[in-house]
Design a protein around this ligand. Sequence first.
Ligand code: 5RP
Length: 263
Amino acid sequence: MDWGMKNRIARIIKPDTGHTVMLAVDHGYFMGPTSGLEQLDKTVNPLLPYADTLMLTRGALRNYIPPDTDIPIVLRVSGGTSIIGNELLHEGIVASMLDAVRLNVAGVAFSIMVGASFERDTLLGLTRVIDEAENYGIPVLAVTAVGKDMVKDARYLSLASRMAAELGTHIVKTYFCKGFEKVVETCPVPIVIAGGKKMPEKEALTMAYDALQMGAIGVDMGRNIFQSTSPISMIKAVRSIVHEDATPDEAYEIFIRGNKKSR
Ligand code: 5RP
């Protein structure tokens, strides 16, 4: 692994803790103006001082994030379907590696859909992105998407995560589940968890804590932060778990205190 790849990975996964708080705001590539991201800059820019990395599309980056912002970017490079289409998450490459280099990103993200009728397209798409990214020393985050009729259990998530790692991805983003420790122990590359649909803040914080305890190196969380009643308090609370070994109760106290102040 060359210096550039190591340096980019170190910009994503902080060396002092080996963990990361990745703020995910890439939802617009298939959900459009999802709740909380209607005016992405207004919601996201105040959160950036508390995020280690920002995951988003090239359009969101160019149109909403000031170029003098000092935050490592993980660029969403897969897409091609929408929530109203009939093949959600049958994704292909929607941004070139040359554009990723132009945008000075620290990493790129591509979704696979293991188990779908079109799984092969997504898996070959991932390997093409990995091959191109390796040429530029850019790490790839494989996102194990889960279809609405699929089960987010340890067996499935372990299969999808291990396949992504075997195909050469550098980091896996998957979901927390019962028996998550199995997903971690069978995957040879670092795992971050997505937050998933909005849930009560205490539940989201407990999920993040449990995932870290079972071996995740961090979170790639979006809706549970930017749809919170107090996004800044929530990302601070998540940070306390990821980087300061806070318990869910301690983290929730940080959220509550901040939430009261922001009212
Ligand atoms: C959307 C994504 C998001 O990056 C991922 O799901 C994390 O966001 P959230 O915590 O809102 O689930 O891949 O397709």
